[in-house]
Write a protein that binds this ligand. Structure first.
Ligand code: EPU
Length: 316
């Protein structure tokens, strides 16, 4: 029979040791948890646990954590609201960091700019701009993510993309050093900012213009109505695929007659062909199999290679 000491060996003991050592490098206000279920932190509501989950109390603690991970070659994943993320069922071997504490979520209006932390909700950025009669980020109204996530993915909606409105960003590199960057210095493409694969966005300055509040309000209302009419309310990760150049992915899936196709608890939304929804019982494996099926049908039926927009991370 195993002794208590024996039982504490293995992965669980490793996570405990990592968490303990990390705790000695940061202030007590930093939240550190072991084996945190990531399904709780993603809008699709699937995915296994993170070995270690951290909510840094401030930038110094974040820098301490980044250096700790680099020294030990521990993989790190920065989590926003988890609205564009598919975590595999085996979870994430490494440290997941979430900028959920208040110092990372400030939103401040300075003249015709809006300065905010990476942990701020994108929706609140749009609402705060509207409150001050500032236009330029109305399209962010319905994106269910954080500023950091929106920057990493160059998230977009209603014809606008996040980087269209960004004047500058603060970022942290793998050594824990911070600096300001202009969008032109960064690798930004449709639904991606490659620079933020190995840098952490800390915040952004959005450039806006003065406009009558009722005009901004009407525009945001129209966007909201379009979204509610065409996108599902059930748990999802937003659009699963990037739009191919020749046809929107949702229309393609629709034309192929694949709305309603399902694997386990995951199905293609009846409202929009580029959304996979979770009926509450889906696993990451169900979603991945359904993605595979849609890709195969698109290739066989139209010769189109669908490319996922959602970030897929973790172990099977
Ligand atoms: N369509 C269909 N059937 C469907 C879905 C769409 O025929 O099931 C048609 C629509 O009628 C429309 C076209 O396909 O003519 C495009 O659809 P939609 O206007 O809904 O936009 P989309 O290209 O599918 C993009 C973004 C969304 C964003 C919307 C609204 C991508 C991959 N997606 O969707 O972003 O909310 O525009 O502006 O670029 C996301 O990135 O997660 C996301 C949801």
């Amino acid at each position: 029979m195993m002794s208590v000491t024996d039982m504490r060996q293995g992965p669980a003991a490793d996570h405990e040791r990592t968490a303990r050592e990390l705790a000695s490098r940061v202030s007590p206000a930093t939240v550190i948890r072991r084996d945190e279920p990531l399904a709780r932190h993603t809008t699709l509501r699937v995915g296994g646990p993170a070995d270690v989950y951290v909510e840094p109390a401030n930038e110094d603690d974040l820098a301490g954590m980044v250096r700790f991970c680099r020294e030990r070659a521990i993989k790190m994943l920065v989590l926003g609201r988890g609205s564009n993320l598919l975590v595999r069922d085996g979870g994430f071997r490494g440290v997941v960091v979430c900028l959920a504490q208040p110092p990372f979520s400030r939103i401040e209006i300075v003249g015709e700019t809006l300065r905010c932390g990476a942990g701020a909700r994108v929706k609140n950025v749009a609402l705060e701009a509207k409150r001050h009669g500032l236009s330029g980020v109305e399209f962010l109204e319905g994106i269910p993510g954080t500023v950091g996530g929106a920057l990493r993915m160059n998230a977009g909606a209603m014809g606008g993309e996040t980087f269209d409105a960004v004047e500058s960003l603060r970022i942290m590199d793998e050594g824990g050093n911070t600096r300001e960057m202009a969008p032109r210095e960064m690798a930004v493409t449709y639904r991606s900012c490659a620079t933020l694969k190995d840098h952490i966005a800390l915040g952004a300055v959005f450039k806006l213009t003065t406009a009558p509040r009722d005009v901004i309000e009407r525009r945001m209302k129209a966007y909201g109505e379009k979204r509610w009419a065409s996108q599902p309310a059930a748990p999802s990760a937003g659009c699963i695929f990037k739009n191919p150049k020749t046809i929107p992915a949702g229309r393609l899936v629709d034309e192929l007659g694949l709305k309603g196709a399902c694997v386990g608890g995951a199905s293609v939304s009846a409202e929009h062909g580029n959304f996979i929804v979770n009926d509450g019982s889906a696993t990451a494996q169900d979603v991945l199999k359904l993605i595979g099926l849609l890709k195969a049908k698109a290739k066989a039926g139209r010769g189109i290679d669908l490319e996922t927009e959602v970030e897929i991370v973790g172990e099977d």
